[in-house]
Design a protein around this ligand. Structure first.
Ligand code: FES
Length: 170
């Protein structure tokens, strides 16, 4: 278990009314509250940007799921961020089709142009780069997602254009 959570110094924060409303809605889809753990973490992340120890404890208390069990869910599901992330999270697929079509060179390109490797965030907090398993579009590999947008048939030139658009939006 995460050391911070093991320490009594970390206290659960209060969930916001919006978070509670959405978690309650999710509960209607599951036979028992404990099954909602992952969805609740995703809801918290949607509002907070990432899942701090305080947030994880809040969900744990709200749904009556032991913190270490919830931590296990968060660790297993690599779209749950347990550290602060940048404003735009780049999910670069590194599964087999994307790998065969050069996602490694795209990763290198991110290192060169943004100065970040997997798991890192740019100094201006604009971008975080995360490797993810297959995004379900292997016929249009290499693929990445930023927010809700999916980008296909990537090249270094396309990436430069996409990143420039996000930078322009600020
Ligand atoms: S392997 Fe990358 S989208 Fe399937």
């Amino acid at each position: 278990m995460n050391n911070l959570i093991a320490s009594t110094a970390v206290k659960a924060r209060e969930l916001t009314p919006e978070e509670i409303k959405e978690i309650e809605h999710e509960k209607t889809h599951y036979p028992y509250a404990q099954a909602v753990g992952l969805e609740a973490l995703k809801i918290v992340q949607k509002y907070q940007g990432w899942v701090s120890d305080e947030s994880l404890l809040a969900v744990s208390e709200y749904l009556d799921i032991p913190p270490d069990e919830l931590e296990g869910v968060a660790t297993f599901f690599n779209m749950i961020f347990r550290r602060p992330v940048g404003k735009n999270v780049i999910l670069l697929c590194d599964s087999v089709a994307c790998w065969m079509l050069g996602c490694d060179s795209l990763n290198e390109h991110f290192k060169k142009t943004l100065g970040i490797d997997y798991g890192e965030t740019t100094a201006d907090d604009m971008f975080t780069l995360i490797p993810v398993p297959c995004l379900g579009a292997c016929d249009r590999a290499p693929v990445m997602m930023i927010g809700r947008e999916t980008y296909y048939n990537l090249t270094t030139e396309k990436i430069d254009e996409i990143i420039a658009e996000y930078k322009a939006k600020g």
